[in-house]
Design a protein. Structure first.
Lengths: 162, 162, 162, 162
């Protein structure tokens, strides 16, 4: 964040392109694919993902398992907290469940950075259904490692290509 | 908890049998099966489940996705908080991630009731690997509904049988 | 919430007056006074309080103790979750600390209801300083009891008057 | 933690003495004194504090304010996470409230380290009353700074002496 050109239009465009490239790559991770999570957008400090609830996501009373909603929120948190190119991992997370979700409903998660220091970051993720009803609110604390996301993208590259 | 016969050996045996029957049924829920979660035991206010990390559970840096660990803990919380026969659902949960997990590792979650009132309950879930290393700590708040778990078991019965 | 006149102007005015009366009363509670918390406004599902950091609120490294920030957020949560007249108590809360606060700074907390069911409610509280900088984010889960806040106000009345 | 002499009796004794010295100093911080928090013991990764609920700690329904219980837990967390001599600050915390507390009751908090990495640490704090009843459970995430607690002790020294 120390380059003088950081806020020039070129730097902004570059940061934006990096965030999208990372977000797209992250959303291809095995567990996100296993759940059917779709990448819908990223920007520095921001991420958006969606998924549609299917039969395999249900619990015994016919609603989406809390772990499904958490996994969507956590993945979107990952898109946002890795968006500036440094690997970030979750230290802890809190989730409040507001309303149940049924088969066929689409869930949308939006993650926003609330604050960031050199080694840590705080994020808020709102999960809603397609009508905008509040489904869950997630708060995540990230630890920022020193390694670059792009290093992992290069290494994983060939395996990830379709 | 007010019946004098509650703590008689027969009542205790009955409570234990109910907790196990409910736990076994809960662990057959679609999302638990989708993840490969195995039921390992239940008692009133207690639950234990396990799973083995497979390729589809990974994130981009080769470790189990936080959503996988959460889902195991949340399922085990469900076994414990439904163990006395009333349907209980999660209001909120907090998870702290202590150590990463890799493919082939087995995770074991144990949920214990910490306190319970008429409508709510607090549970703690410890997730460890097979060597006993702390992987995550989960704290869950449950809301106790008025309906009986067994009513759902009866209704779902035929669909759930293998 | 079932009265047809609920959303008429008169009902709205009455709900608003009740929320303010309750909020003012709650902010006079001993611990809020002990900390110097000031009531700044309430509406159904909403509360706002403020306080100025003084010497007695500090920890050893010269910044406001986390317990001070939590107590302000928790009090404001109480104003919001009791605002419709039923006694509500905290089941659990999560707080993320974004930035430190020093002596002389004013902290402002705003609590918003995110969702509510018959027995429980979820609230979000944002704590900022006077310049609008994010200081902390609090998420609270409330249990709604059957008793009325006004019953407590009547009983406590004489002791509370100055 | 890499010195071979770390676990020798002398090193252990020194670590223990440091933890106690730091804990005693931390418990003299202004806000802890304002609340009447008493230091009861420390060891590497561990802390124990207590307080007695007084009139000024109450909320409007005659029980200890959630902020009081949180502040006791948070202070004890501070004793434990600063115990090895590096300044540690709270990133986030979750608290579940199990039972109310009344005037005259003594609350005891014990904080244990669950895991620690180079820059972060996870702690669990159990708050009970004198009879051992569970009052609250706190989970805290600490960020470990590079500066030494003893540097702050030296600087603050004269001001803190009674």
């Amino acid at each position: 964040m120390s380059h003088p050109e950081q806020n020039s239009p070129a730097a902004t465009q570059e940061s934006q392109a990096l965030a999208e490239r990372i977000g797209q790559w992250l959303a291809r991770m095995p567990f996100a694919q296993h759940l059917g999570i779709r990448f819908e957008g990223a920007a520095p400090g921001f991420g958006r993902c969606a998924m549609t609830i299917a039969d395999e996501h249900l619990n015994m009373v016919g609603i989406a398992h809390g772990g499904v909603v958490f996994a969507l929120a956590d993945t979107t948190f990952g898109v946002a907290c890795n968006s500036d190119g440094r690997v970030a991992v979750a230290l802890s997370a809190h989730i409040a469940f507001h309303a149940p979700t049924r088969v066929g409903e689409t869930l949308i998660a939006e993650a926003h950075r609330v604050s960031q220091s050199r080694h840590t970051g705080h994020y808020r993720v709102d999960v809603t259904n397609a009508e905008g009803r509040a489904i869950a609110q997630f708060t995540g604390v990230a630890y920022r490692r020193e390694d670059a996301v792009e290093k992992w993208m290069e290494e994983a590259g060939p395996q990830q290509s379709e």
